[in-house]
Design a protein around this ligand. Sequence first.
Ligand SMILES: Cc1cc2nc3c(=O)[nH]c(=O)nc-3n(C[C@H](O)[C@H](O)[C@H](O)COP(=O)(O)OP(=O)(O)OC[C@H]3O[C@@H](n4cnc5c(N)ncnc54)[C@H](O)[C@@H]3O)c2cc1C
Length: 440
Amino acid sequence: MTTGDLAETMWSATAAPAPTTDSLDTDITVSVAIVGAGYTGLSTALHLARRGIEAVVLEAHDIGSGGSGRNGGHLTPTFHFRPEFSLTNLKKRLGDETAARLIDLQTGAADLIFGLVDKYGIDCELERVGCIHAAHTPSMMPALEEKHADYQSLGRPMQLLDRDQTATLTGSDKFHGAWVYENAGHLQPLSYARGLARAALKEGARIFTGSPVNRLERRGTKWRLTTPHGTVTADFVVLATGAYSSALWPRLKRTYAHFRLGCAATAPLSTEIRRAVLPQNNHLVDTRRDTFALKFDAAGRLVTAFNVSGLRGMSRRNMAALVARRYSWVWPQLASAKWDFFWTGAIDLRADLFPRLFELGPGLVTAIGFSGRGIPTGTAMGTVLADYLSGTQKEALAAPLEQPSYVPPLMRLVARMMIPRFRRQDAQAMRDDGLEPPRF
Ligand SMILES: Cc1cc2nc3c(=O)[nH]c(=O)nc-3n(C[C@H](O)[C@H](O)[C@H](O)COP(=O)(O)OP(=O)(O)OC[C@H]3O[C@@H](n4cnc5c(N)ncnc54)[C@H](O)[C@@H]3O)c2cc1C
């Protein structure tokens, strides 16, 4: 399966309508041209337009066609959960002051999104609930305790749960404790992208869909972007193309590894099951390195995101067998759940798993490396890009603006090959704790 048509996603079937947009069929001149109508591009356009700066978004397909319309819907405004990506390590890497700004940006992103949803009345099934990070085996608890201690310095609400409390919150006895980060949520990702687009349009930005930028060239002090039926001349350009970057700026693709993920969704589940599985409607990830992430949508469909490297991603049948085995093990009530939708998408992965703002040329910038956290990170990076393009000095930006650095060419391959190894490690961790690992 490729990262195919947006129409095959469950989000497409249930999303709030998209605003009406046309393709570009003329030549225009603006201050800022933004390539890509995902969270990053739309948030940048919205925050520029709010400051009265003319911004035009050019999208090859439809609003949210990339990762923004096909993701798992988790709004988890932390950095990656693995212990090596702790706030403490981020400070060591970036220095206290720069790290503090980036940490504020990322952990403040839930409030940013809650505020945008309220201000613009975005209809996106937003639930303001804690994200459960559940231990799949007892020996994972020290890492979650460390995470809790690390993030406690932020003064935000969070809790550590023991096994019984976790069973109550998840409805499953398969977890051995959990860290719950409260200032989080989940939403309908495509509706959120469409809502951001509506908000940007309302503030005066322009969005052209069905308008692939095929050429980007420097002409004197300006940039010229060419689409099949029109051109844009701009002082500044934002490449907000995420993992869906084309050959437009070839070196951009070298700044991240393109990594496929899959999603599956059930038909709406019965009220009885809804009361038993994640009864407080939290979203959940577990400590497996071969992670699974899940949440309910507003109609009671269970939606899950997972790695689809190798055989498991090759067909709907393989994906169906995997999710059925996984979830009926965690919640036996789900044994007869009907899995209706399967789709895939891509994320832009960096080895160090934190987001970057790169200056690719004079007035040409990109935000990349969201590594599966694009709902909060893309929205928040849009505010930083808007700050930069409206005159904030580089040194004062919430995320450092750097010269591009490239991921090793083999990273994508290695990332894929790691999945079988991760699965073995997950199973071994259970055996080491005297537990029988499930067969998935
Ligand atoms: C299966 C899956 C599950 C995920 N789960 C989560 C989750 O639960 N929570 C979370 O926070 N993140 C999640 N992510 C990651 C998140 O979806 C992305 O990080 C985020 O959507 C990236 O947003 P973006 O705006 O940077 O890029 P995108 O949304 O990918 O948008 C890029 C856009 O650029 C357009 N484009 C590319 N080239 C051109 C061109 N030449 N001309 C015009 N347009 C162009 C594309 O068509 C696309 O619409 C998940 C991703 C996937 C795939």
